[in-house]
Design a protein around this ligand. Structure first.
Ligand code: ADP
Ligand code: MG
Length: 691
């Protein structure tokens, strides 16, 4: 491992010096790249082999160790060939069962042999039994180990014994000196890096096992702190390198922005004006903006994005708007056209499903620069698309895109050495700890107030047994001139079944609501069909829209003030919040009815309680983080964010704050130490993310 100067090393990174090639291969399978990485390959738990129990007193269902004499051992066929032995001590008897076995194990279990067995005891058909225990001959009264035995995460074909040896070698040969300045470590009251990893790999007998297993021990605190620190440092360093890159400085949109604002039927809220000013200040710089625009569902992010786009267009550059679904992209296209075409700005449309001719024309318009704006799905960043002068990329619902897709759009920059500015938007509020860790390299603007005149949405949780009453309510609302969404359940196992449910629901509602027009939109319709249904709903010709969760993002029909969600117990919190955000956009009193089917599981009940009691997206996201953990919340696997291995953003929130402050201090005062620390923890692993 590197020292503070990154110089002296016990072994070069990426290599397993002194280990057999086959072993090295298996270690690579674990994602380890060299002995250095083995130092941080920490035990999941420990086995206590320092004690031996009497058979009658040994605990069941957890790791334990007993000693006794083999009474008998037979190969039996019941039904499969297996070796069954009986072992007894003065207190009792135990059955040992080996379903696969080798001749040497048979020899260990000869009648009369003294053996030590390590493993879990369970109640079996013939009394207490151990299946596949570790068996050790103890003819010479073998001494017990004095230390706890670590158990490591492993992979097929890699035994704990081999891993322990490899780790021991790493601990003996790698440089374990602390990359962090002693003053910092001391101030934080943490053990040294070396003391921490040695203790975790090889805890002394008097250590508190529960503190190790619950990872509250100071040695764990040190490791978790180091991990969080590496993440904070890498984000900050990335930010710095971005500040060294070049982008086109843009003006404030001038006349174009003024005319666009004047054409709106509303005035921007103060919150919108504030975030727009933040965005404009970034765009005016000669370095690429990377700003996340957060705002709850319905807070009015789109017009802010349009005014940002105007900054590029007014100065003769292009802006691209990318959305994760066809429905959402199409709504953006319609809105941007409605706003910009009257001002003489051409808007191109690019989607995966458009015809060859339309696509060719759109490509030409984008390439020749005739279209100053391009709106679309991920089709926007396919290879065939080349912008003539792209200066701003806007990505809506950014967490739904993978990191590669976002980067691809970024690389379609204005050419030369300039990168486009990036504006990302998200209605999934990110709790503070998450924002601090995973989005620490972004600037964040928050629209923290909804446009005026919105009425809060009344949320009702109703058992499916009362759907007749719910239907009556829908009929009433529509007959009074309103409109309603009826959201079909999410069926994860089968898209086919989901489609069938949507068709059935549509048929049932059409029959139950005579005189009303019932529309249907689902994922299997072609984009043109979807657009046609949405247009009819928008125009009020369809009163009830039966929909699958395709309407989750972005759909905006202010006159629809009632939403019914079927099987709400199957949906996640953020999904429910997003869906509910489709109503409450107009001036009418709005309601969202969550239909559920009994019986309710504990988590489902908890989710419905949370969504019923909260309307604030941030509060809901916090609860979501508590229920699901950060990986699920961020969709991190697909977004490519490197997850934390040891630290937990909920349990270790305080440590994260400490790490953030320490990162700032280190970069300012001890930059070589900061770099050495990042190298030790991340190596080249975060390079992909940090273009
Ligand atoms: P989201 O932030 O969820 O993307 P939208 O941009 O779709 O929200 O805006 C939701 C609705 O609010 C749209 O109908 C939009 O025209 C309207 N809106 C946006 N800003 C204002 C405002 N300042 N005053 C009134 N209505 C607004
Ligand atoms: Mg939106």
């Amino acid at each position: 491992m590197p020292t503070a100067e990154g110089a002296a090393r016990g072994a070069p990174a990426g290599e397993f010096h002194g280990l057999a090639p086959a072993l090295a291969e298996r270690l690579r399978k674990l994602g380890l790249r060299g002995l250095d990485d083995l130092v941080l390959h920490l035990p999941l738990r420990y086995e206590d082999e320092t004690r031996v129990f009497a058979i009658a007193e040994a605990p069941h269902g957890e790791f334990t160790q007993v000693e006794g004499t083999v009474v008998d051992a037979d190969v039996k066929y019941r039904p499969r060939r297996q070796l069954v032995a009986r072992v007894c001590d003065a207190s009792g008897e135990l059955v040992v069962r080996l379903i696969h076995f080798y001749p040497n194990q048979q020899r260990q279990l000869l009648p009369g042999a003294p053996v030590r067995l390590a493993g879990e005891i369970r109640a079996g058909f013939f009394g207490a039994e151990m299946v596949h225990p570790r068996i050790r001959a103890v003819r010479g009264g073998e001494a017990l180990p004095e230390r706890l035995t670590p158990v490591y995460p492993t992979t097929a074909g890699l035994s704990q014994a081999a891993l322990r040896q490899a780790v021991a070698r790493a601990l003996a040969t790698c440089d374990l000196s602390d990359p962090l300045p002693p003053a910092l470590v001391k101030r934080l009251g943490l053990p040294s890096c070396e003391a921490a990893v040695r203790l975790l790999h090889d805890p002394p007998p008097d250590v508190r096992l529960d503190a190790l297993e619950q990872r509250t021990h100071p040695a764990w605190q040190r490791v978790k702190f180091d991990e969080l620190l590496a993440q904070q440092l890498s984000m900050r360093m990335h930010r710095r390198s971005r500040d060294a890159a070049r982008a086109e400085p843009l003006g404030d949109g001038g006349v174009l922005a003024q005319r666009l604002a004047a054409s709106l039927p509303f005035r921007l809220t103060e919150a919108q004006q504030r975030v727009l000013a933040e965005i404009r200040a970034d765009l005016a710089r000669a370095h690429p903006m990377q700003r996340l625009l957060q705002g709850d569902v319905g807070s009015g992010k789109t017009i802010v994005a349009a005014l940002a786009a105007a900054c590029a267009v007014q100065d003769g550059w292009q802006a691209a708007v990318m959305a994760p679904t066809e429905i959402l992209a199409e709504q953006h296209y319609a809105r941007f056209r409605g706003w910009f075409e009257p001002l003489g700005v051409e808007v191109a449309w690019l989607s995966g499903s458009q015809g060859a001719k339309a696509r060719r024309e759109a490509l030409a318009a984008v390439e020749q620069g005739r279209a100053a704006l391009a709106v679309g799905t991920h089709a926007l960043f396919q290879e065939s698309v080349s912008f003539s002068r792209l200066a701003l990329a806007i990505v809506d619902e950014q967490h739904r895109f993978g990191v590669h897709q976002r980067l691809a759009l970024r690389l379609k920059g204005a050419g030369g050495d300039a990168l486009p500015h990036q504006l990302m938007m998200s209605a999934t509020p990110i709790p503070r700890t998450l924002a601090m860790s995973f989005y620490a390299d972004l600037d964040v603007s928050v629209i923290d107030a909804l446009p005026p005149g919105r009425k809060p949405v009344v949320t009702k949780v109703v058992s499916d047994e009362r759907r007749e009453a719910v239907l009556a309510r829908v009929r009433e609302a529509c007959e009074a001139g309103g409109q309603a969404y009826w959201v079909c359940p999410l069926i994860e196992e089968s898209e086919q079944l989901q489609l069938k449910t949507a068709l059935d629901t549509h048929a049932v509602l059409a029959e139950a609501l005579p005189g009303l027009e019932v529309g249907l939109v689902h994922g299997r319709l072609s984009p043109a069909e979807k657009a046609a249904v949405m247009a009819q709903f928008q125009a009020g010709r369809v009163q009830v829209l039966v929909a699958t969760t395709v309407i989750e993002v972005g759909v905006d029909v202010p006159n629809a003030a009632l939403m019914v969600i079927e099987h709400a117990e199957r949906m996640g919190l953020s999904q429910l919040h997003q869906l509910r955000g489709r109503v409450g956009r107009g001036s009418a009193e709005s309601a969202c009815v969550l239909l559920y089917q009994k019986p309710l599981g504990a988590t489902a009940r908890e989710r419905l309680r949370i969504i019923h009691e909260n309307s604030d997206g941030f509060e809901i996201a916090r609860e979501d983080l508590r229920l699901r953990g950060p990986g699920e919340l961020l969709g991190a696997r697909q977004s490519g964010v490197p997850m934390l291995r040891f630290a937990d953003l909920v349990a270790d929130a305080a440590l994260l704050e400490t790490a953030r402050d320490a990162a700032a201090w280190l970069l300012e005062h001890h930059e070589p130490a900061a770099r050495a620390h990042v190298e030790r923890w991340l190596g080249g692993r975060d390079a992909l993310l940090r273009v």
